[in-house]
Design a binder for this molecule. Structure first.
Ligand code: SF4
Length: 72
């Protein structure tokens, strides 16, 4: 299976423009996991734009969602 970099880039919601990993999802995930983080695409836009990609923030966002809010 060939990597679909251009198709991935087209769908990527990450707003950190200078990143060289855009569209290379395997590199993106591996990079963030090293720092106990997750990729941009798992966060709602208002959290993604803060660049806080921590697993702790992810849990906070989706715990809040379960309680009726996605403010994070
Ligand atoms: S989530 Fe991180 S590694 Fe992935 S494209 Fe955005 S800045 Fe780059």
């Amino acid at each position: 299976m060939e990597c679909q970099i251009e198709a991935n880039k087209a769908k990527c919601p990450c707003t950190y423009e200078p990143c060289s990993r855009k569209g290379k999802c395997c590199e993106c995930i591996a990079y963030h996991l090293k720092f106990d983080e997750l990729p941009a695409c798992v966060f709602p836009p208002e959290v993604e734009k803060t660049y806080d990609r921590s697993i702790a923030r992810f849990v906070k966002v989706f715990t809040a969602q379960d309680q009726g809010s996605r403010k994070g």
